[in-house]
Structure formats: structure tokens, C-alpha cells
Design a protein around this ligand. Sequence first.
Ligand code: NOJ
Length: 761
Amino acid sequence: MLDTRISRRATLMGAGAVAAWLASPARALLQTAGRLEVPAFVDSLIARMTLEEKAGQLSLMASAWGGGIAAALNPPSNSNFPQQVDEARKGQLTGVFNGNGARMARIMQNAAMKESRMKIPLIFAADIIHGHRTIFPVPLAEVASFEPELARRTAEVAAFEASGAGIDWNFSPMVDVARDQRWGRGVEGGGEDPLLGSLFAAARVQGFQGANFKSNEHFLACVKHFAAYGAAESGMDYNTVDLSERTLREVYLKPYKAGFDAGALSAMASFNELSGIPATGNHWLMTEVLRGEWGFQGFVVSDYTGDEEMIKHGYAKDGRDAAKLAFLAGVDMSMQSGLYRQHLPDLVRSGEVPQQLLDTSVRRVLAMKAMLGLFEDPFRRIDEKREASRSMLPRSRAIARESGRKSIVMLKNDGDLLPLPRSGKKIALIGPFASGQHDLVGPWVVYGTDEKAVDLATGVRGAIADKNSLIIAEGSKVDQPIPGGIDQAVAAAQQADIVVLAIGESQGMSGEAQSRADIVVPKPQQELAEAVAKVGKPVVVVLKNGRALALEGAVANAPAILVTWFLGTETGNSIADVLFGAYGPSGRLPSSFPRLAGQQPYYYAHKPTGRPNPDPKLEDYKARFRGITNTSLYPFGHGLTYGKIEYSGFTISSPSIGMNGEIEVTATIANRGQRAAEEVVQLYIHDRVASITRPVREMKGFKKIKLEPGQSEVVRFTLRPADLQFYGVANKPVVEPGTFDVWIAPSAEAEGVHGTFDLTA
Ligand code: NOJ
């Protein structure tokens, strides 16, 4: 019965439709799965290796020479460097991660190449999440640019600096879709939307890897955390994930697939369980989907002790069992637990793990080392001079500044308060983030530092004409009051014409293990904002944040709000560029800002219910919380410019399309303001009736355009049936005839311009 209905109503995506989708502009950055090339010598090496040496090639350890934040978050079990060098000599290691530069790598590589029996080069890995020494905006911020090409360029600079410092392999991009803002690691990812996330995943992989794996200006990307790590229940890090296969495929899996299709040849397993089976021990995920369906040829590494953690999950009974389950599921390499080198040889001897599977995993790892050029020249990325000479070059900093300003989102600008004048006004810069070398680079930086970054006060001073017109008051610490702080801040506001209030989250409030139960501006800062607002001067809120926040009271009511995230090395300059109008804001929210924290998880592409509330009214017995509509305060895609943007003139090329057709929709976007503007024009659809209920809106494309004052442009999008596909009753992609709404709009909840069309069988 069910099957008949599917075949009558729906069409499975055929080869033609898939080709059309691949050719669509939104997919232009995505390519085909990377190919692993296995040189003949790899098999002869494998034939000569002992079981212990093979298990060594599948064992990765935190560097014993580590330091800084990496070591704090992921402490090496061994801080005895000479002992770790000895492990390299004995062939017990495939490589190390988050070590400290070319000097360390040279010592270790020398030991492996000169003193180990097999002379297999080590691989050096690191978390270069958004920059090595030059730090770019946190990944979530950069996604706000809606410019994947920008992310490709910053990834390229990160690769250039880091590969000069001996790093061959990057534990990035993190592409976990995050729809619950309580989750701290949303800061590392691509936001709430699978299309936007996919385009950034692909762009980052391309930037890291470049066109040639052997280049010493690039390194191997690792798509993580596979899979659905961002769907943790209640947004608490490491928590259970329980998802329908449909939502998993339709939302969460897409950005990983995009990363692999862009050529990434490594993947990291996620910590979470997925509908009852930990990802690390999940054969369906790691082997059937990843390799079987997607054709992934690279290798999979566990996350930090992820295999061992299956014991605490209640899935493995002991270390040996954990090693066996992870390995048989398809995780080729173990990070940090040491369980593979401890147990794999014996598991093979006892016949519980087939020798051939072990050889296959070793082959993948050695082939990748060969593709990275390590067998030809194990020192190709290890060069102390180059490490220094590539660090923080002026052109890298220029890209950081560009990327910083493009990441800023202007939520509000009542009365055109922004941009601020460069002279003639006294400015009070108030708040814990007003000045100082802290909270600039973001929560997950191994090699860059706040000390080398530009703080807000320095940026503002650089932009204003009269340096004496700036008054600075801290007002409050991030989450505790300063005695007398509010009085000082109020006095500063009284002396000033304009207040810039730099408040929000510290970098410690997001990132790994930093989920927040209540996603608001911390209380002492909210009190500061209330007191300052009472002075009556115009207030610009400059928000520092690693996630979308629920803004309240004087913060939400301030006439101007800029979302500035953690922008990295050029923080202060990037913010000043936008504050004083050297650059007009062009960022858009990659995650919706809720009305209240308790709405989490809130995302624009939610399903309609049987009782939708007719926003903006509040009706009883309708789907909403008490007192608020079921909408966001600022939705995905929202962001203002210094222009005045108008949407009009919707056209559609035909009222209907067939299964092999395409349709063009257009809108006229005009800038009626006095200043140039960059607008992100977004395309959304809604499938009115389907065999599986569809989200209220889904983004299907976007274009960023620049409009001079008075200029207008007709923006065109092409929709094809493949853009309308979803996972049907049988969890396979289908396209169903029916009526579709289509919007060209400035955000996911704005009306913009709207029309409908029919898809016919
Ligand atoms: C744990 C994190 O989950 C992962 O993202 C990171 O790459 C590893 N630690 C190594 O630092």
C-alpha cells in the first residue's frame, strides 16, 4: 500500500535530477568524493609489517610537547616527550596532534625516519579551527558573511601558516548543524541551515586542501564530528542524540557529505550516541552510509578517547571490546585512548578482527601519508624558518580584517544611529569587552593569542579623529559586578553623546563542554545595560557572543545592535570599520535569535503544527509559548545594511514545471538609501502538501549583491525539481507533484516577495 502511494505520488530522484542539482548554483562549490590513490609500495610495506606496527599506524596521540589550551582541553596522557619520541622509534605511533611547531616535529620525524624499523613517516595533526597564528572570526561568525568564498580564502591562509609549522592534517572543518543555541560548540560550525552549512563545509575543505595534497602550503582536512554531534538533547555537550533517519539524512548529514564531496579524505567520529548506538561503534554510519552509499575512500579517526568512552556509554564492556567494536564499525584510527595498539594485534590473532580489515585500514592511512608527500620528503612541511616567515603576514591580517567586518550582523539601527561620526561627538565605550587583550580570538585556538589581537578600544581609537573624545569604563566583569562599576559607567555615559556598550559572552562560555542552560547576557552586564540606558543617551550594543542569544530589556531595546561574535586577530579594527561606516554591515544571522531562551531548540525551518499560531496575534490553544509568538526575535538570514533595501516585482517564468523542467523566479531589489549596501537576497520554498510534512520554509539559494544609492537590480534564481526533493516514506529522496510557495526575501521570516507554482508529474 505504502509503496504504491509512493510511486503514484512521488518520483525518486533519477540520474538527470541529481545532475541538475549538482549543476545548480547553490551546489557550484561541491564536487565529487575524493579519490584515495594507493601507490604499489604501500602493499609491500604492509606485507613486511608486524601486527604491532600495523596497530601503531592506527594510533594517534596528543603531543607530549603540547601546551596552552589544547593541553588544557585534551590533556596528553603522556607529558614525557622523550618517551613519546621512543614510541615513534618503536613504530607505536602514526603521529601526534596539537604539538608545538616545526622544532618538535623535526625531532620526532627524525626518530621515525632514522631509527624506526619500517621508516614510515609520522603525520602531524592539529586543531586549526579558524586560523593558526593569524586568527580569523570563529567559524559561525564567518558563516554570517554568506560568502563561502571568503571561508575558502581564510582556510587557505590558515593552511599556509600551519603547514609551514609542520602540520600535515587539520581537525577541521567542524560542520555539525546546530539548532539548539545552548550547545556550546555551535560556535565552531556552520549554523542551523544545512544548505548554508554545506557550502561553507565545501569551501573550507577546498581552502585547507588546495588542489594538490603534496603542496607544503596545504594540508589534509578532517570533516567532523560524524555524525549529528550538534543534535545533542537539550544542547548539552556530549549528550544523547536520538533522531529519525529522515531528519538525520535531510538535515544533519548534508554538510558532512558536502565536505567529502569537496574532496576531504579524513573524517572524525563524534562522541555522541546516535539513536542508541555510539557513533564510534556505529557500523551503519561509518561503513554502510559513509563508505557504501557515499563512496568515501579516506580514513576515519575516533575523537579523543571516543572508542574508550563506549564503555561509559554502556555499549562496550571493556577496552578490548571497545577497540573491537570501533574498529569493526569502520573507525580506522584511534585517537588518544591507546586501545588500538593495546588490543588490535591480539584481536587479529584471536580471529575476532580479520587481518584483511586491519590491512585495509593501514593501507588507507599509508596511502594518505603518501598522497601528502610524506614518503617522498617526510620534512616537507617541517621548516622552522618558514614557520616564522609565514606567520601573521600583512596580507593575512588584511584578510582577517575583511573577514571580521563581513562577519558582523547589524540586527537593529533605529533612527540611523549607525554609522557613528568620526569627529564632533564624545563616545563612552562601556562594558567588559570595551578594552583589553581578552576574549578576542575565541574559544578554540591552539596557536594564536589574544595578546596579538586588536581590542575594541584600539580599533575605535584608530577610527576617530580626536582621540580624547573617547571615555572608557569597564562597568562590570563578564559575570560578576565590579564594586562601583555601574556608577563609573553611568558617569561616563553622562559625559558622552553616544554610548557604545560592549557586552555579551566571554570566550569561555562557548566551545567544547561549554553549553549554557540559559542563553542570555549574564546578569551583572544586563544590570549595567539597564543603568546605562536610564542615562538617556543613544546606545549602540556591540554584542560579543559565541551563539545566538535571547536578548532582553535594555539590551534588546537599544536603538542599535551589532552582533560581533569573536572576530580574531583584527577584532577591534573590523568592528570600528562597521561602527564608523568605513564598511557597511553585510552579515546575516546563521542562527536565529529567539525571543526567550526557553524556545530552544528554535530554528526557522521547523515543521508547521496542526495548530499554528496566526502570528503576530497570540491565540489560545495554538502552538506557542505563553506570551510570545512561535517566531524568533531575529530570524536566520536577518541583517540590516546602511542602505534602505526594498523588495518588489516578483516574477515567475511559468505557473508550473514538469519533472524535467526548471523555473526562474526574480525580484527587484532596490537601494533607496543614501549609502551603498550589500544585500543577501535569499530564496525560500514551502511544499504545501506532501507525503511527509515539510518545513514552513527551506532556503534553496542566496545571492549577495552590492547596490549603490538609488541603484536596483533584478535578482534571478533557477529552481529545478531536484531542489524540491526530500526524503520520502522509504527514506529515499523523492520529488512529489504539488503546489509550492516561493519567497525571495531578506530573511527566513520576512515576507519579501512571494508567489506559488505547481510541480506536475
Ligand atoms: C576533542 C574535540 O571534540 C575535537 O573536535 C578535537 O579535534 C579533538 N578533541 C582533538 O583536539
